[in-house]
Design a protein around this ligand. Structure first.
Ligand SMILES: C[S@@+](CC[C@H](N)C(=O)[O-])C[C@H]1O[C@@H](n2cnc3c(N)ncnc32)[C@H](O)[C@@H]1O
Length: 388
């Protein structure tokens, strides 16, 4: 996902070191590395292995010679996805097919998604589950009529909040969050006739009403809702997200951070009760910190991907590092990413994709470096950049 420059007091990305080390071509290995377990959710295949590098975290290396054209990996493990609101009517909510500016045939107005076919709609409902559909319906109800509120993109050149700014912002909403949670739990207890639960007072209800009157950020809400629903259905895979490279300062600006803390309160106020235990400041922060350096853009498949519909995180796909002269091409087929060798690769070589979109690939080295630093937070150490 796009990010701006990071807090200079902390490294842009931090990693849990992971696997056995070995000499490599693109990123050299620290000699003291010991064999370690593969991170949860990392890709496993006889063609390659994931291991640590000295300068670029974990990476994928060929464990045998690979011929040009070989399909080396495909990732179906979509953990969260955001379809930007402005594209919701013309991009299928399930397979991300684009209808070139025209509305999709199948609309689910109450949940706020459109689909290219009833088959895609059925699959979406099945994967989203009843509680998920209720969650999207609650969001749609809140957002309808207010959807222009955050349509402007954030200026990525604003200063990024530092770690202490982030902690303070979340602490500042903790008291209101607690009041809202009590109000919501009171609803549930009232229905069940449970007298042990704290009764919601006027003060509690006022905190909830106040949250609902705040400015809303529909795309940030989609990010949080999509990942909370996914975590609800796939609790066993949460470790796969936690194992990804971490950005400790994932917010683009103070406004962006505020939008997240406000969204937290909105979601506490409106999401179905079974999801509330997952609506925590910690979960939302952890998601942002993993999304930032790992999500891929969901773009149009034509025009070199010039239309940016949104983004998503496929944890296993996030172990491939970037190169400005990649030997692997990643292609999106619906909700799945395919990784194919675009040249013959020798055993021991690093398998790299490009994180740059079509036109960005033709930029000069300096411009590419700047783009990668701004959007992904790293100084590119690929062979092509290091050779100059
Ligand atoms: C999607 S992750 C790739 C896997 C990551 N290395 C890991 O250990 O999880 C992206 C992060 O990997 C690192 N990275 C990827 N390509 C790089 C490159 N060419 N030069 C330096 N760092 C790179 C950066 O820290 C970046 O934010």
């Amino acid at each position: 996902m796009d990010t701006a420059e990071s807090d200079s007091s902390v490294p842009a990305t931090s990693y849990a070191t992971s696997t056995a080390s070995r000499p490599s071509s693109a990123s050299s290995i620290h000699p003291s590395e010991m064999a370690k377990e593969l991170p949860s959710g990392a890709p496993k295949c006889s063609l390659f292995e994931v291991r640590d590098t000295a300068t670029a975290g974990r990476a994928v290396f060929a464990s045998q010679d690979i011929l040009e054209g070989t399909l080396v990996w495909h990732s179906e493990d979509l953990a969260l996805s955001v379809l930007l609101r402005e594209y919701r009517r013309e991009v299928c909510g399930q397979c991300f097919r684009y209808n070139y500016g025209r509305d999709m045939d199948v609309r689910d107005r109450s949940a706020g998604f459109a689909f290219c076919s009833t088959g895609c709609q059925d699959n979406w409902r099945k994967e989203t589950g009843e509680v998920g559909v209720q969650a999207w319906t609650a969001v749609e109800r809140l957002v309808k009529g207010r959807s222009k509120e955050d349509s402007q993109m954030v200026d990525a050149d604003l200063p990024r909040p530092k770690t202490q700014d982030i902690s303070l912002a979340w602490e500042n909403v903790a008291a209101q969050a607690a009041l809202i949670r009590i109000t919501r739990e009171g609803e549930q207890a009232g229905r069940a006739g449970d007298e042990d639960v704290i009764q919601a007072t006027k003060q509690h209800k006022k905190a909830l009403q106040k949250a609902l009157q705040q400015h809303i950020s529909p795309d940030i809400m989609s990010f949080c809702v999509s990942s909370i629903i996914w975590r609800h259905h796939h609790s066993e895979d949460w470790a796969n997200v936690l194992a990804l490279a971490v950005d400790k300062t994932p917010y683009h600006s103070a406004d962006d951070l505020r939008a997240f803390t406000r969204t937290y309160l909105h979601l506490l106020a409106i999401l179905p009760l079974p999801l509330l235990p997952l609506v925590t400041a910690e979960t939302i922060f952890l998601l942002s910190s993993r999304d930032s350096h790992n999500s891929f853009g969901i773009r149009s498949l034509e025009d070199e991907g010039s239309e940016f519909f949104g983004y998503g995180c496929w944890p296993a796909a996030s172990y491939f590092n970037h190169s400005c002269g990649p030997n692997i091409e990643k292609t999106r087929k619906g909700r799945v990413w395919q990784f194919r060798a675009v040249k013959n690769i020798e055993k021991g070589e690093e398998l790299c994709i490009t994180y740059l979109s079509g036109e960005e690939r033709r930029l000069s080295r300096g411009q590419r470096m700047l783009r990668l630093k701004k959007n992904w937070g790293f100084d590119c150490r690929c062979e092509r950049c290091e050779a100059l």
